[in-house]
Design a protein around this ligand. Structure first.
Ligand code: NAD
Length: 251
């Protein structure tokens, strides 16, 4: 399925909450998930944080604890394999704030995350000072009175992009979407912008676009093909097929 490949293609992959669902981390849409017990406007907006920082920290402390207990599933592992074995470049842009992608790859020296992975909505493992912009590794539990290690202001927040804020690294992402030969969206509902428009942007610039999701997303018509099924099965199958096509090119 899809275009004829040489191995030199640049692959851009967007992941959403659905890729981590089978690791036990709830999506927005889960009926009994953590998200349903909290009002998004109260825990995922700057205004909510200004009103009740203790509640917001409690919410993200619980999500950080869940994320630390979770393990990458075969979908994360398959993308790590693709990044290792695909001869061309592979960029993963994730909307997820968990660290399950990076846990499939050996940590590079210097404590940085792996290159080729962008957390456009921030990370549960990051802390950010709202006063001076300093960033540091998040402790297991954060609280409103925590001082910033750089400026001592009690303005600590999770390093998460909330609704109404601008996602991180957008210039780099737009640039990559324009260069991509293949754009693949995995486990995202296509309801949160700007990520929901990425297939349109990449497609317009010439990329072949594939969606892998448990059900067709709100923007499924922007893709050249849609694979329906659980990420833990569909992503390894897709990666296997891609790498096999390289070792056995159609005659
Ligand atoms: P979403 O909850 O809106 O949609 C999840 C999508 O995943 C749905 O389309 C659903 O059909 C699909 N899905 C569910 N289980 C799946 C599975 N096993 N295999 C394949 N697909 C599956 O999530 P979204 O589109 O990522 O929403 C965007 C926002 O949600 C982001 O801002 C993100 O930061 C936040 N979020 C992140 C996490 C996380 O870090 N793990 C969890 C929940 C929400």
């Amino acid at each position: 399925m899809g275009p004829k490949l040489t191995g030199g293609e640049f692959i851009v992959i967007l992941t959403g909450a659905g890729i981590s669902a089978e690791s036990g981390l709830g999506t927005f849409r889960d009926k009994d998930g953590l998200w349903t017990r909290y009002d998004l406007a109260e825990v995922a907006t700057p205004e909510g944080f200004a009103r009740n920082p203790a509640l917001v920290h409690e919410f993200y402390n619980a999500r950080r604890a869940n994320s630390r207990e979770a393990r990458p599933n075969p979908a994360h592992e398959a993308l790590a394999r693709l990044r290792r074995d695909w001869p061309g470049d592979v960029l993963i842009v994730t909307q997820n704030v968990d660290d399950l992608h990076e846990r499939t790859e050996p940590a590079p020296p210097g404590g940085d995350g792996p290159s080729g992975l962008i957390h456009m909505h921030g990370r549960l493992e990051g802390a950010l000072c709202a006063a001076c912009g300093h960033r540091w590794p998040a402790p297991a539990r954060m609280a409103p009175a925590d001082p910033c290690p750089a400026c001592a202001a009690a303005a600590t927040r999770p390093d998460i992009v909330w609704f109404g804020e601008i996602p991180y690294h957008m210039d780099e992402i737009w640039f990559a979407l324009r260069q991509a030969d293949l754009f693949v969206s995995i486990g995202t509902s296509g309801t949160v912008y700007p990520a929901a428009a990425f297939a349109q942007d990449a497609g317009r610039a010439g990329a072949w676009c594939l969606e892998i999701n448990a059900e067709a997303s709100a923007v499924a018509e922007d893709f050249d093909a849609v694979l329906i099924g659980p990420a833990s099965r569909k992503v390894p199958e897709w990666v296997e097929g891609l790498l096999a096509a390289l070792s056995h090119p159609p005659g």
